[in-house]
Write a protein that binds this ligand. Structure first.
Ligand code: SF4
Length: 363
């Protein structure tokens, strides 16, 4: 591997791995569902965790990219802290290799990074907390690339925020491909690291997951089920990028909606418009007709909150009461224009102003 993987200069001790007991210095990474066995001197599938002399190190710690202030709606979260502002960032690399990746320069170009490029971007967790405080932000979004592969850095940032009086109560959200392991999720749960997560459910077909993303379907479904089981603790929304010819048939959409419905019809589902990127540059953008058809199927399947994003279809990002159809929240791209939800005077629960149905929005 490249010489920039010198642990004294560029790496940070990893967590969630086992050392071999037979003296061969092999390591077994348990951070994501690839569960890589990594021999001494080698890296895992993500190229970001290296076995150095029988110990595992992460190369993504502190390598912040894309630091920016965003509305929470941009992540997208539509039912969590509407109109709040978050500090967003990611780091280079990913455990997937999506042929359609719109951030591929960040997620896939790790091999081409120079020593200097990696060295430039070290930002300590305490400094991120200071940024969040300085700009009076409501939370931090770990996004752009897969947060699992910079989990140690994200976790250290969350703990740094909690130690800072000005940021101890801000929220933390992951925008994830859902391929994190059970061990990682157990740690998230044990330390109460996250308040919300948006999981990208890409396909309902394992072959497509393997061919297009380099992942697998079942671990992603398992992650979604685990988070759904903890809905009182972690809010979840699901996004599905509809790619022409890959996951846009009625059958694809029905299977996806069936799965979500089996967990809860209240889980917000975002259909997102595909635009040609990376190895899928030759494909057309998703047609608006397809996106609207997907939404109709989801309504027919019984889901309550379905949105169309990454485009600008009037009304397609609005929230309506599932009982009386009253307009609750109207949105334009990444912004709220009206929030009609009221809160119950005693319990504080969010309600439809008309029929008083409880609405699953965390205010
Ligand atoms: S994070 Fe995932 S891809 Fe990277 S080394 Fe660990 S198990 Fe492998």
């Amino acid at each position: 591997m490249s010489k920039y993987y010198e642990h004294d200069l560029y790496s940070h001790p990893a967590i969630l791995y086992d050392k071999s007991s037979n003296g061969n210095k092999e390591t077994h990474c348990k951070l994501c569902s690839h569960y890589c066995d990594i021999k001494e001197g080698n890296v895992g599938t993500c190229l970001l965790r290296k076995n150095i002399d029988g110990e595992l190190f992460t190369m993504s710690w502190g390598r912040t990219e894309g630091l920016a202030v965003d509305p929470i709606e941009k992540k997208p979260f539509y039912h969590f802290k509407p109109a709040s502002k978050v500090l967003s960032f990611g780091t280079p690399g990913c455990n997937f290799k999506c042929m359609n990746c719109q951030n591929w320069q960040l997620s896939q170009a790790v091999k081409n990074y120079s020593d200097e490029a990696l060295r430039m971007n070290i930002l300590k967790p305490g400094h991120i907390a200071e940024y969040a405080s300085l700009y009076r932000l409501d939370g931090i979004a770990y996004t752009y690339s897969e947060p699992t592969i910079f989990f140690e850095y994200a976790r250290d940032t969350i703990h740094a925020c909690r130690k800072n009086k000005k940021t101890e109560n801000i929220f933390h959200v992951f925008v994830s491909n859902g391929f994190f392991s059970k061990e990682t999720f157990d740690l998230i749960d044990k330390e109460n690291l996250l308040q919300a997560i948006n999981i990208d459910l890409k396909f309902m077909d394992d072959k497509k997951y393997r061919k297009i993303s380099g992942g697998e379907l079942q671990p992603v479904l398992d992650s979604i089920k685990r988070v759904a089981d903890m809905k009182e603790k972690i809010h979840m929304e699901i996004i599905n990028l509809i790619i022409p010819g890959e996951n846009d048939s009625d059958d694809d959409i029905e299977k996806l909606c069936d799965f979500i419905y089996s967990l809860s019809p209240d889980i917000p589902l975002h259909f997102s418009r595909f635009y040609p990127h990376y190895k899928f540059s030759g494909k057309p953008a998703t047609s608006l007709v397809t996106l609207k058809r997907a939404r109709e199927i989801a309504i027919k399947q019984g889901l309550h909150y379905i949105y169309i994003g990454n485009t600008n279809i009037p009304g397609a990002e609005d929230t309506h009461c599932p009982k009386c159809n009253q307009l609750l929240i109207s949105r334009t791209i990444y912004g709220i224009t009206k929030n009609n939800i009221i809160q119950d005077q005693k319990s504080g629960k969010p309600l439809c102003p008309d029929c008083k149905t409880e609405i699953p929005v965390i205010m």
